[in-house]
Design a protein around this ligand. Structure first.
Ligand SMILES: NC(=O)c1ccc[n+]([C@@H]2O[C@H](COP(=O)([O-])OP(=O)(O)OC[C@H]3O[C@@H](n4cnc5c(N)ncnc54)[C@H](OP(=O)(O)O)[C@@H]3O)[C@@H](O)[C@H]2O)c1
Length: 276
């Protein structure tokens, strides 16, 4: 379905609403859309109906349950946020950008996943995100991305920097291939996504790597002397299954992002390590 707004931003930046404004992507979206109204979880728990607000003209829905392993223990809690919360965001009545994940795929494909590939989620988290895509309604851009990292919150880059400063060696999974994506690059691409027809888009960093390769790049770029011991997913033993390949590519003209290594450098240049 085509969207009916030539530019959903035309009504003014203050009519753009960002949910999950305290998360790493929410923070980046607020920077990319200056003047947008950001609601943190304290402002609006998205499992509840929205507070009374001036009607937004565009909703950037970044609030989510993102604890992949935790969702295995509490799938209903995860669904309340990722499905119910997305339905509540859609109920605001404005065009919606809903963020989703590479984990909707099972990882068995040898090539990158394109938008027309069939999802086959393997974890409770991924199932809630796929149902959340449906809950976004018809006036929505579903932006699937992968391995998000930014200068705030909990993420792989910040965890590696903390552990790499404490240890000589760290074991990292080397049989899951993805495209770690810098939230600053993803947030900037959202400006272009909202010029496209509604629908599903794959928007992730160029290039790809395993988590072990990414960890090595982090230590190299940060000048940390920490070895990476490459282990398997089975050895790591996380609760939730994860796809072996979750590299995303767009066959629909979604905006292309810089290479993940460029994203890593941009992130390191402005990292705030307080509270990591
Ligand atoms: N992180 C990744 O690797 C990744 C990969 C692909 C796609 N995505 C998707 O990208 C989007 C943004 O993720 P992110 O990395 O920015 O995650 P994040 O840093 O965990 O941010 C999510 C935010 O949502 C908030 N939140 C959780 N439950 C809420 C609720 N009931 N009501 C309101 N806010 C709530 C969280 O608050 P608390 O901190 O208080 O819980 C947090 O501030 C999500 O849709 C995620 O599924 C993420």
């Amino acid at each position: 379905m085509e969207h009916g707004l030539a530019d959903p931003l035309r009504a003014g930046p203050d009519r753009v609403l960002v949910t999950g404004a305290g998360g790493q992507l929410g923070v980046a979206l607020l920077e990319t859309f200056p003047g947008a109204r950001g609601l943190t979880r304290a402002d609006w728990d998205v499992t509840r109906p929205a507070p009374v607000l001036e009607a937004p003209t565009l909703v950037l829905h970044a609030a989510a349950w993102t604890n992949v392993d935790g969702a295995e223990d509490d799938p209903q809690g995860a669904a309340a946020v990722n499905v119910g919360g997305t339905a509540n965001a859609a109920a605001l009545g404005a065009p919606l950008v809903a963020f989703s994940t590479d984990y909707v795929f099972d990882g068995d494909k040898a090539e990158p996943y394109v938008e027309s590939d069939s999802p086959n989620p393997q974890s409770a988290y991924a199932r809630t995100k796929l149902h959340g895509e449906a809950a976004a309604g018809e006036r929505a851009w579903i932006v699937r991305s992968s391995g998000l990292f930014g200068w705030t919150s909990r993420n792989f880059v910040r965890t590696m920097l903390r552990l790499g400063a404490e240890r000589d060696e760290i074991a990292v999974v080397d049989d899951q291939r993805t495209a770690p994506t810098f939230v600053g690059h993803l947030a900037a691409a959202v400006r272009d996504v909202v010029e496209l027809p509604y629908g599903v888009y794959h928007v992730a960093a160029a290039g790809n790597c395993t988590w072990a390769e990414f960890a090595e790049a982090i230590f190299e770029e940060a000048g940390l002397d920490c070895r990476v011991r490459r282990i398997t997913t089975a050895e790591f033993g996380a609760k939730a299954p994860r796809p072996a390949n979750s590299v995303l590519r767009s066959e629909k003209g979604a905006p292309t992002l810089p290479h993940w290594r460029e994203g890593l450098r941009a992130c390191l240049a402005r990292l705030d390590m307080t509270g990591v």
